[in-house]
Design a protein around this ligand. Structure first.
Ligand SMILES: Cc1cc(C(=O)NCC(F)(F)F)no1
Ligand SMILES: [Ca+2]
Ligand SMILES: [Ca+2]
Ligand SMILES: [Zn+2]
Length: 312
């Protein structure tokens, strides 16, 4: 057939290659997936301008090796991987639960050190080559698509404590997708420096974030510290999953699988637009009680994790 879903490959920004769903039409291949719930999951290029969604990323032999295509290969791989995470782990069909199409655009602006969900799609910068290289790390993609999930569910207002919780939910789901570590953005961040990351949920101070409520930021920068105070719930989630003794409180590990279920249920059943960090504790406790009861090891671990970071 001259139009068909295909399985393609491509070179990653970070080395190695990725297998990706593509679409062929008239001998041209596109970063365009028609095989999942949505009508399409597509990845476009902004051609280093500001218009969105930009233009299709194409290839002539279904092996996307061009330098200009590599960020697209990673963003596309990430989008389908995060789609599959929400479908397979949480039974959620796309960010709205009803198969919404997913569009991503790479090469946004010039030397742009950020990535974002604009309410309709994901957008990725290339970085300036020093602070970041292309911000298309799997955990960054998961962070951004989770903002879409949050927007379609709790709608946590993006300022002060509800905004810090919004950011934390994105970081927590991100490290559950990129499951082999607790760092965010390590592949994209400072390509010239190894071992660092944008944020570290196991040790938020490594990313200049507080890891307890008494040290929270109360100023007006960063929308009231949404990327700063997220360290507090991030640390709590890490302690739930990995366990540990922190600030004199011992938390028994319940593992990543139970932790991601608790946070997903809290986000979709208990958090609202104005939920603050005390409300996050309550929502995760209610979700834990629903899933595992209120007298078991899971409930105790969630209580202790929040107590360890100075909440409740
Ligand atoms: C300060 C600050 C941090 C962020 C941030 O986290 N962006 C998302 C990322 F995934 F692209 F990094 N934005 O401003
Ligand atoms: Ca990571
Ligand atoms: Ca680095
Ligand atoms: Zn974010």
């Amino acid at each position: 057939a001259s139009v068909a879903p295909e399985v393609g490959s491509g070179t990653s920004t970070f080395g190695g290659s990725r297998t990706i769903p593509t679409y062929s039409s008239g001998g041209t291949y596109y970063l365009y997936d028609t095989t999942r719930g949505p009508s399409y999951i597509r990845t476009m290029t902004g051609n280093n301008g500001t218009s969105l969604p930009g233009s299709y990323i194409t290839d002539t032999d279904n092996n996307f090796t061009d330098t200009a295509a590599r960020a697209g290969v990673d963003a596309h791989y990430g989008a389908v991987t995060v789609y599959d995470y929400y479908q397979n782990t949480h039974g959620r069909n796309s960010y709205n639960g009803a198969g919404a199409n997913i569009t991503s655009t790479v090469h946004h602006r010039v030397n742009y050190n950020n990535a974002f969900w604009n309410g309709q799609q994901m957008v990725y910068g290339d970085g300036d080559g020093s602070q970041f290289q292309a911000l298309v790390d799997l955990d960054i993609v998961a962070h951004e698509l989770t903002h879409a999930v949050t927007g379609a569910t709790a709608g946590l207002i993006y300022q002060n404590e509800s905004g810090a919780l919004n950011e934390a939910v994105s970081d927590i789901m991100a490290v559950m997708v990129d499951r082999d570590d607790w760092r965010l953005g390590e592949l994209s961040y400072t390509p010239g420096v190894s071992g660092d990351a944008l944020r570290n949920l196991a040790n938020p101070p490594e990313g200049n974030q507080p890891d307890n409520y008494a040290d929270r930021y109360t100023g007006s920068q960063d929308n009231g510290g949404v990327h700063i105070n997220s360290g507090i719930p991030n640390k709590a989630a890490y302690l739930m999953a990995a366990g540990g003794t922190f600030r004199g409180v011992t938390v028994a590990s319940i593992g990543r699988a139970k932790t991601e279920k608790i946070w997903y249920r809290a986000l979709t059943q208990y958090f609202t637009s104005s939920t603050n960090l005390a409300g996050a504790r309550q929502g995760t406790l209610s979700a834990t009680a629903d899933l595992y009861g209120s007298g078991g090891a899971e409930y105790a671990a969630v209580q202790n994790a929040w107590a360890a970071v100075g909440i409740g």
